[in-house]
Design a protein around this ligand. Structure first.
Ligand SMILES: [Zn+2]
Length: 126
């Protein structure tokens, strides 16, 4: 397991900060979305359009929240991986994930090779 040393303490600290920052940002956005939603009901619009657009807004917000929840889960998992020392190791093949890839997507748990394989499979099912 000599590969495990490919990220030093300084790198880990930086990735932890990145993860914590995006966590904060997601929570901030979620709060804003909720605020906007609660301000959404306007009496200026005709009933029909109003109803249609609030349904639309609800659907949109529902989707955003699902996406946020999903992302938060990923971030928490990545932070746990920083703590237990498995951050930056591919879940599937246990090879180190390149720092460049982690930089772009700190929540990733797969190396580029496994990710591409996964996407290929998804496409053939899709
Ligand atoms: Zn891999």
């Amino acid at each position: 397991m000599s590969e495990r040393g490919h990220l030093n303490q300084k790198d880990l600290k930086r990735f932890k900060k990145l993860l914590e920052d995006s966590r904060k940002q997601i929570l901030e956005n979620a709060r804003k979305t909720l605020e906007e939603e609660s301000n959404f009901d306007t009496d200026d619009l005709p009933d029909e359009i109003d109803q249609a657009s609030s349904e639309y807004a609800r659907a949109m917000n529902g989707r955003i929240r699902d996406r946020e929840k999903f992302l938060l889960k990923k971030i928490d998992k990545a932070l746990a991986r920083v703590e237990d020392g498995t951050f930056g190791i591919c879940e599937r093949c246990e090879e180190p994930i390149s720092a460049k890839r982690l930089e772009a997507r700190p929540v990733t748990t797969l190396c580029i090779r496994c990710k591409e394989e996964q996407e290929k499979k998804e496409k053939s099912y899709g």
